[in-house]
Design a protein around this ligand. Structure first.
Ligand code: AGP
Length: 612
């Protein structure tokens, strides 16, 4: 059975020691982490008399069905997986064990040198599955046997031999009091309780147990027992670290009456706009962003926005308002391209990292390089204390509340809004007229109301999806300028949850080739919010119509025609993306729903991508 590297790139890990019914706590924790990976899962629990290791393929509910009354414990670890190598199966699900089943390990990350390890230390070992995690737990067991090391010492030695990204939780079944954890690049937290302690990839997994968490730094190993945690750095020195209080509560992460998190998060966008207005303004309606950040950005000669996926699209949609208000040139780069193909940088660059999760490895890879050159950096994220926040020089939070649905919605509009607020502050700092006259909070308040008006058009938009997308194989979104930027995001949303092959295209570019894909009834959505280009976009829609396309127009009220499908309230021309994206989020939602797919957990995806 070939062992393959990188068996899980964004899985969810939970664990607990010192509390009864660890199995229940682990199952509910895994349920809250399911957005991180949902193709297989497993848990190990034990108490003084018994121990159980249970794994299943598919969703957490499949695992839940296997947990019978007799399966319980006071210590345990659990894992929900998102496979890359080693297909989703019960055998490849975690926990993985040593060949004598004494050691039990869960892992989130990729071990790059698993083959060398296997050849050098485990040539005679037999492996049940196809995962690199199994290699690691066999290695720890081999080091214990061959070098008469304790579990802890063998784990430490194994960590010094492996290369790659990892969050590990290890239990020795002969010790029912201790969980050993270690981390490098992948996220992992310790939660502190009264007489018990927990571990989790993300605080939301254990919010029903505690709100006090301790971050673990890369290279650290932690011994977790019911009453204590011991953090050691790579050299074995004890490390003391303050805990922090998670600013989240359970209601934030419950669906409430909503059928899906995505719909709840779409509906929350007006409230997020209002929260950003209050969180980023003082009583005189001035922007409250710390001066040293504003000074540093005002002193730069070029802004580099680094991001992936929807966050990248938000950067594209905010370029205009940033450049207009700050008069600083702005470049937007895909993290995965930038890290290995860095462009010629300006003399005084400033880097802005956009990341909802704050854990995206592609973006972190760039930040590591930027920090190496000691360039100034800012992370705009939705997760306080996340890796990209901790490692950047500055952080601005999105205050959007937890975003659980894999398809990002409220984080997109919150990122654009925070960049607009930042643009205002920098521009004012630099004395730029356009910025001094720009009442960003007034505009965001108008936008919140406009979002509500569009969100109330769910019925119309659901019908649009039914009429135009129910059976189609492909679709297009076209627009010019910021409407093109929104078309990029609109197509990503439709692709990632309805699986319709969709392209977001610059309307004027279509006739240079891609128009060849237009057939009878091909749905082409046109986004029109800019008076300077609306006639041109309508011309491009005519071109595809004459080749049989089914055109659907989303237009601002002042530019709308009677035949247009969705009319958008008028908002500030630099911020139209905040409203024009809403119908496209709902179109994706209804198209997915009408095709019977899982809205919150689309196939092949997961919420935060923690390896490159
Ligand atoms: C968006 O719906 C996707 N979930 C994905 O493209 C996401 O935007 C991307 O992985 C970046 O994530 P981040 O914002 O957490 O860094």
């Amino acid at each position: 059975m070939p062992i393959e590297s990188g068996n899980c790139i964004m899985c969810g890990i939970v664990g607990i020691v010192g509390k009864k019914h660890a199995e229940k706590i682990i199952l509910s924790g895994l349920g809250r982490l399911e957005y991180r990976g949902y193709d297989s899962a497993g848990l190990f629990v034990s108490n003084d008399d018994t121990q159980h290791l249970v794994k299943s393929q598919g969703r957490i509910k499949n695992l839940e069905e296997k947990i019978t009354k007799d399966i319980n414990g006071t210590i345990g670890i659990g894992h929900t997986r998102w496979a890359t190598h080693g297909k989703p199966s019960e055998r490849n699900a975690h926990p993985q064990t040593s060949s004598d089943h004494r050691l039990v390990l869960v892992h989130n990350g990729v071990i790059e040198n698993f083959e060398e390890i296997q050849k050098e230390y485990l040539a005679d070992d037999h492996f049940d599955g196809e995962t690199d995690t199994e290699i690691v737990v066999h290695l720890i067991s081999a080091l214990m046997a061959k070098e008469s090391l304790s579990t802890k010492a063998a784990f430490k030695k194994a960590l010094s031999l492996i290369r790659g990204s990892y969050a590990f939780a290890l239990v020795d079944t002969q010790d029912k009091e201790t969980i050993y954890v270690a981390k490098n690049k992948s996220p992992l937290l310790i939660g502190l309780g009264e007489g018990f302690n927990v571990i989790c990839s993300d605080a939301i997994a254990m919010l029903d147990q505690t709100s006090h968490f301790v971050e673990i730094a890369d290279g650290e190993m932690v011994t977790v027992t019911a009453c204590a945690i011991h953090i050691e750095d790579e050299k074995g020195n004890l490390v003391y670290r303050e805990s922090y209080e998670a600013q989240l509560d359970l209601n934030d992460i419950e669906k409430g009456a909503y059928p899906f998190y995505m719909l709840k998060e779409i509906d929350e966008q007006p409230a997020v706009m209002r929260r950003l207005i209050s969180d980023y303004s003082d009583e005189k309606k001035q922007v409250t962003i710390n001066d040293s950040l504003l000074q540093q950005i005002s002193a730069c000669d070029r802004l580099y926005i680094i991001a992936c996926g929807t966050s990248y699209n938000a950067g594209c949609a905010a370029k205009n308002v940033l450049e207009t208000m700050t008069q600083i040139p702005v470049e937007i780069h895909l993290s995965s391209e930038f890290s290995y193909n860095m462009p010629l940088l300006s003399k005084k660059p400033f880097f802005i990292f956009l990341s909802q999760s704050g854990e995206t490895a592609d973006s972190r890879q760039v930040l590591v390089q930027i920090n190496h050159f000691d360039f100034p950096s800012l992370t705009i994220t939705n997760v306080a204390g996340s890796t990209l926040s901790r490692e950047a020089k500055h952080t601005l939070l999105l205050h959007a509340g937890p975003e659980i649905a894999v398809a990002s919605t409220k984080a997109y509009t919150a990122q654009i809004a925070v960049l607009a607020i930042l643009a205002k502050a920098i521009g004012k700092n630099k004395g730029i007229d356009a910025s001094i006259d720009f009442d960003v909070f007034g505009e965001l308040s108008i936008i919140a109301a406009a979002m509500e008006a569009v969100i109330n058009e769910k019925g119309t938009i659901s019908q649009l999806a039914k009429d135009h997308l129910k059976h189609t194989r492909n679709a297009f979104y076209i627009g010019r300028g910021n409407d093109y930027n929104v078309s990029l995001e609109a197509s990503l949303k439709l692709k990632e949850i309805s699986y319709i092959q969709t392209e977001g295209f610059a309307a004027g570019e279509l006739k240079h080739g891609t128009i060849a894909l237009i057939e009878e009834k091909t749905p082409v959505f046109g986004i029109i919010t800019n008076g300077k280009t609306s006639a041109h976009t309508r011309g491009n829609l005519k071109e595809v119509e004459s080749r049989g396309a089914d055109t659907i127009v989303i237009a601002s009220a002042s530019l709308a025609k009677e035949t247009d499908a969705v009319i958008l309230p008028e908002v500030h021309p630099l911020l139209t993306s905040l409203v024009s994206v809403i119908p496209t989020q709902l179109i994706a939602y209804f198209a997915c729903l009408q095709r019977g797919y899982d809205v919150d957990k689309p196939r092949n995806l997961a919420k935060s991508v923690t390896v490159e």
